[in-house]
Design a protein around this ligand. Structure first.
Ligand SMILES: [Zn+2]
Length: 260
């Protein structure tokens, strides 16, 4: 039986977790039902985390260490979803600090796994998000990356106008709906890959390594320049998206060691 050597704090499931985690640890490659239950307990709806989520990270790390291929991706994906929730009001800030070395190890492990290749598109996307979460970029880990028919709405940093950005099959442009003139559109200017910001470059390189070509191209627009259709000032789309979607810090915000 797993011993939770932690004081009870925070909201969320606690006693229910060890038996489910034990089932996962017994057959991490085959017990789909146990994995589903563990997801439900530790990253409810793929999003909501609790103190037990962070307490489980060392066990998920151990599954990755053991290296059974069918289990490695699952463990990294769940660990990524947990760490992406670091800014939630989970009441486990101290625990998050304690598991920082585990998160750092997971970060190295996901990089190795990404280099290993052979991932399904769904797993590739999940590991793309996990990599960002472990690197301390939880906002980007949870961001939308729909470069087929997705739209982003950001506010112009100069005039505050809501600007809609299309990056995908509909084209690449910034737009503002003007009731008199209809859609006023301006083309987006993608960043050349070698001129991307360090974060953009990291995401671009990771997407390429994962075989996500469409994603990599979309990122050159996301980290490229847009023009406000109204006031004509230009801005980096990603900067405005980050400013508009900054994660709310639960307290003094224990962010896992990041930086690149
Ligand atoms: Zn403007």
């Amino acid at each position: 039986m797993i011993e939770w050597q932690l004081p009870r704090y925070g909201r969320g499931p606690y006693d229910e977790v060890p038996p489910v985690l034990e089932r996962v640890l017994r057959s991490p490659s085959s017990d789909e039902e146990a994995w589903r239950e563990l997801w439900h307990l530790l990253a409810t709806e793929g999003l909501t985390v609790c103190a037990a989520s962070f307490a489980a990270l060392p066990y998920l790390r151990d599954i990755v260490r053991a290296g059974e291929s069918a289990a490695v991706d699952r463990a990294l994906e769940l660990a990524g979803a947990i760490v992406a929730g670091v800014h939630q009001d989970h009441g486990a800030d101290e625990l998050v600090r304690e598991v920082a070395p585990v998160i750092a190890e997971l970060r190295r492990m996901v990089a190795l796994r990404i280099d290993g290749g052979g991932l399904s598109p769904a797993s590739a996307m999940a590991l793309f998000r996990a990599d960002l979460a472990f690197a301390g970029a939880s906002g980007w880990s949870l961001a939308e990356y729909d470069f087929e028919d997705g739209f982003y709405t950001v506010s112009c940093p100069h005039c505050d106008l809501p600007v809609t950005l299309a990056i995908g099959d509909y084209g690449q442009y910034s737009a503002h709906r003007d009731w008199g003139e209809g859609d006023v559109r301006r083309p987006l200017h993608p960043s050349p890959a070698d001129e991307l910001s360090s974060l953009g470059k990291r995401m671009y390189d990771t997407a390429r390594a994962l075989g996500l070509a469409e994603m990599a191209e979309g990122l050159t627009y996301l980290f490229g320049r847009a023009e406000c259709p109204d006031c004509a000032s230009t801005f980096i789309v990603a900067d405005q998206y980050a400013a508009d979607n900054e994660p709310h810090h639960s307290s003094d915000g224990p962010v896992p060691a990041g930086g690149w």
